[in-house]
Design a protein around this ligand. Structure first.
Ligand SMILES: Cc1cc2nc3c(=O)[nH]c(=O)nc-3n(C[C@H](O)[C@H](O)[C@H](O)COP(=O)(O)OP(=O)(O)OC[C@H]3O[C@@H](n4cnc5c(N)ncnc54)[C@H](O)[C@@H]3O)c2cc1C
Ligand code: SF4
Length: 338
């Protein structure tokens, strides 16, 4: 096991203090539960000289949940989502997604902010320094080539694997952000810019896979919010290699509204497949007609076109895409029929 390098941990008590220390230490990183960040530090993947502990920032620790709206502070632990009766009742996809993250230890420490800003993963990246050095590193760290796609010309295809994002995308969430220039709110899907395109400069709306979040310098996520849609049913499920503690081979959230024997609204979101969580485009066209084979075939086509797993895990990409499609069909059927 690699030893942890030296770093300082600062403990702001208010959001203003957190932003001030973040601005004073440009190389710093926000620390939630540390269940991913500390692992990456130990592996020499990142080496922030300063960590800003978000866990004592009072404004970030609350859940406000009822049948109409949901607001969750960035420092809320995943276990609190699983145990909150209003979330279980009115936003079930989110409670189910939280319950399927890792194991109880990680859920007791891991936070909502850390899960939404979770680093992307790849078999060539989540390795020890020794292993990566023996393989000439890759361009997500200090190397020059992507081992998954050697002709990628600067683009990284590492996979986003956080479980909460698809559930929140299907629920239509917005994310609150604070930084040196003030506060702003954006639709959650705009937080993720990891979708890779070659030879295009990184901008606030277009990442290269290495930079996959639209956070500006010094910004942190402060909360995530949902306005409930009356009649919306939602669920989350994932396939993983080990049932106890494991990132998703593919994770799927479905939210729908039913009107008699028709779909009135359909949202389907995925994790564990692409460089960012994907809210399927085009599902509105599957609504309106009678529920049945036409909907399933349309859904399969959308999955085929938009879910693009690369060789970033030990599980082959075509299998992950098949699994994603099958899970989406199953959840859709279950939610429609209940
Ligand atoms: C064995 C194991 C299994 C795991 N399995 C899963 C799994 O199945 N599903 C899953 O989703 N995750 C999994 N994880 C990853 C992790 O435990 C969770 O994603 C957890 O929710 C991360 O939250 P954290 O607070 O610990 O994040 P941290 O590790 O503290 O931070 C993660 C990243 O988010 C940034 N960050 C933290 N808070 C903020 C903020 N407020 N604003 C901006 N950036 C912020 C950090 O700087 C860092 O880059 C696993 C981890 C381990 C060790
Ligand atoms: S996708 Fe390529 S660049 Fe990204 S982590 Fe994997 S090997 Fe490295």
């Amino acid at each position: 096991m690699d030893a942890l390098p030296d770093f300082r941990v600062l403990n702001p008590a208010t959001l203003d203090e957190a932003l001030a220390v973040r601005a004073a230490h440009p190389g710093s990183m926000a620390l939630g539960g540390g269940t991913d960040l500390v692992v990456n530090i130990r592996r020499g993947i990142v080496a922030p000289p300063v960590l800003i502990d978000m866990n004592r920032v009072a404004e970030l620790s609350a859940i406000k949940a009822d049948a109409n709206t949901l607001e969750i502070g960035a420092s809320v632990r995943l276990t609190a989502l699983v145990e909150n009766p209003a979330i279980v009742q009115h936003y079930p996809a989110l409670a189910q997604a939280a319950s399927r993250v890792a194991g109880p230890t990680q859920r007791n420490m891991g936070t909502v902010g850390g899960n939404l800003c979770l680093d992307t993963r790849c078999i060539f990246y989540n390795q020890s320094e020794w292993w990566r050095d023996a393989n000439s590193h890759c361009l997500k760290t200090t190397g020059s080539v992507c081992h998954v796609a050697p002709k990628s010309r600067g683009v990284c295809f590492a996979t986003f694997s956080g479980d909460l994002a698809p559930a929140l995308l299907a629920l239509g969430a917005e994310v609150d952000i604070a930084g040196p220039a003030g506060k702003r709110s954006i639709p959650l899907d705009k937080l993720y810019i990891g979708f890779a395109r070659q030879d295009v400069p990184v901008t606030e709306t277009q990442g290269d896979g290495k930079y996959f979040l639209s956070l500006r310098s010094g910004e942190i996520v402060t909360a995530v919010r949902v306005t409930n849609t009356p009649g919306l049913r939602s669920a989350y499920d994932k396939i993983r290699i080990r049932k106890s503690i494991e990132y998703p081979v593919a994770g799927v959230a479905v939210a729908l509204r039913r009107a008699d024997d028709m779909l009135a609204d359909l949202r389907v979101a995925f994790t564990g497949t692409n460089p960012r969580p994907i809210l399927l485009e085009g599902t509105a066209e599957l609504c309106g007609g009678k529920f049945g084979e036409r909907v399933f075939k349309g859904l399969d086509a959308l999955v085929r076109d938009q879910i693009m797993p690369m060789k970033t895990t030990f599980t082959p990409g075509h299998y992950r895409r098949r699994v994603a499609g099958v899970l989406a069909r199953r959840l859709l059927t279950r939610l429609f029929e209940t």
